[in-house]
Design a binder for this molecule. Structure first.
Ligand code: CP
Length: 302
């Protein structure tokens, strides 16, 4: 029997993979307009979420339902055998026996990879602690490709906020680094700056969100301060209001510039920004369904 195809890290994709997945996501978006594409009839998605989630879990579940499949979902870990001490290696063997594919969110970096090692079916990493969130990065990339000719023209992307613990940033930075002509700025206080493992020589680190960065960024990618991951709460309180996007700030983006954010937000984007043409975060979240349809189809060989 062949090994299951897992989605664990943005590292696993080359440009050809990204082209194929973006094209498939566009096809899925068209299919969604007609109600879906029932290519996964008779198949089951298991959702094992050990951390809170709204978008990732529900968009995976919606994606499977739109593909004609069904779902089993572990939505509250306090009702899971994890509280009795069950380890992920055992849980995944069992859930992987019930379901044809498992989407998983774990508290610790590397845990999705560990689960995949023991899983008889594909594992989709829906966020592993402060590690990665590759399926979010793919929907972020899909959103960017809808507004910009990435790889064809120069593009400046500025990540702003909690870049140390923000797993969506880690995965998206890896994807963007594959494309010609993408410049990346990392804007954050040093205590939550991007870890060196994600930094390229051509990237720039900034501590302040200057007008110069705002006016030269085609994409600003804001993030929430990940309070739950700070080891020192004093550090959190020092940086929690470091960046708050107001309409006046967002106006400084260049013509056609977009503000993305994986959501949820925790005060870092004022609601007055929501109706501005630069605000792209709700569209971004909705793109999670077609992209995750494409990913489920990919790992199930459909
Ligand atoms: N973007 C994201 O991962 O959102 P949820 O935590 O709601 O899944």
């Amino acid at each position: 029997m062949s090994e299951p195809l897992h989605i664990l890290s943005a590292d696993q994709f080359d440009l050809a993979d990204l082209d194929r997945l973006m094209a498939r996501s566009a096809e899925m978006e068209k299919a969604l307009a007609a109600g879906g594409d029932p290519i996964c009839q008779g198949q089951i998605l298991g959702a094992l979420f050990y951390e809170p989630s709204t978008r990732t879990r529900l968009s995976f579940e919606t994606a499977m339902i739109r593909l004609g499949g069904q779902i089993i979902s572990e939505t509250d870990v306090t009702f899971s055998s994890a509280v009795k001490g069950e380890v992920i290696e055992d849980t995944i063997r069992i859930v992987g026996g019930y379901a044809d594919v498992v989407a998983i969110r774990t508290q610790h970096k590397g845990e999705a990879k560990l689960a995949a090692h023991y899983s008889p079916v594909p594992v989709l990493n829906g966020g592993d602690g402060a590690g990665e969130h590759p399926t979010q990065a793919l929907l972020d990339l899909y959103t960017i490709t809808k507004h910009f000719e990435i790889g064809q023209r120069p593009l400046t992307v500025s990540f702003v906020g909690d870049l140390r613990y923000g797993r969506t940033v880690h995965s998206l930075a890896k994807l963007l680094s594959q494309f010609e002509g993408v410049k990346i700025n990392y804007v954050a206080p040093e205590v939550i700056q991007i870890p060196d493992e994600y930094l390229r020589d051509s990237d720039e680190k900034h501590h302040e969100l200057s007008d110069e960065v705002l006016s030269s960024s085609d994409v600003i990618y804001g993030t929430r301060m990940q309070k739950e991951r700070f080891e020192d709460m004093e550090d959190f309180h020092k940086v929690k209001h470091a960046f708050v996007f107001s309409p006046e700030m967002v106006e400084k983006l260049p013509e056609g510039g977009k503000l993305l954010h994986p959501l949820p937000r925790a005060g870092e984007i004022l609601q007055a920004v929501d109706s501005m043409p630069q605000a792209c975060y709700f569209e971004q979240a909705l793109n999670g369904v077609p992209v995750r349809m494409a990913l489920i189809a990919e790992v199930l060989g459909k």
